[in-house]
Design a protein around this ligand. Sequence first.
Ligand SMILES: [Zn+2]
Length: 201
Amino acid sequence: MAKLYFHYATMNAGKTTMLLQASYNYRERGMTTMLFVAGHYRKGDTGLISSRIGLETEAEMFRDGDDLFARVAEHHDHTTVHCVFVDEAQFLEEEQAWQLARIADRLDIPVMCYGLRTDFQGKLFSGSRALLAISDELREVRTICRCGRKATMVVRLGADGKVARQGEQVAIGKDVYVSLCRRHWEEEMGRASPDDFIGFT
Ligand SMILES: [Zn+2]
């Protein structure tokens, strides 16, 4: 049986590069993949999945209320789909995570989701919560903090270069995200005293 996978990490861990490479591997063998990316902060109908190292490919967009099972089933009806990929999966609704599970269970198509586990305040995203709950396989994509420990958290730097401690879950604009270990995240967020503060400079 096909499985539902969730590859999760902090920012800048290379999730999108992994997604594009995996999709390429299918297509190189003459197989068909369907790619989705969150359309919440994009205009138009065609999305683009871009990785930091310069790879990019077109993708369909998903927004709140979209039925992903119906969209994949319709496509699968005329062209066999071998794998479904979802980037920015943290933005899925809970119901959409279940639709992806049904794609695996009822259409027998593997579904590979890639996304953030938590936001800059250390809270689960809706899509991540659902995927952590129901995925068949959870895979952590690793990256490291400035101290060398595994980074599991992310802070958001505003235009002033300072760490944001409050605000919307997602900021649109020129904010920069930095991945940190939990210890340094708590220090940057002002929740623990910075015994070994390193800073961002
Ligand atoms: Zn650290």
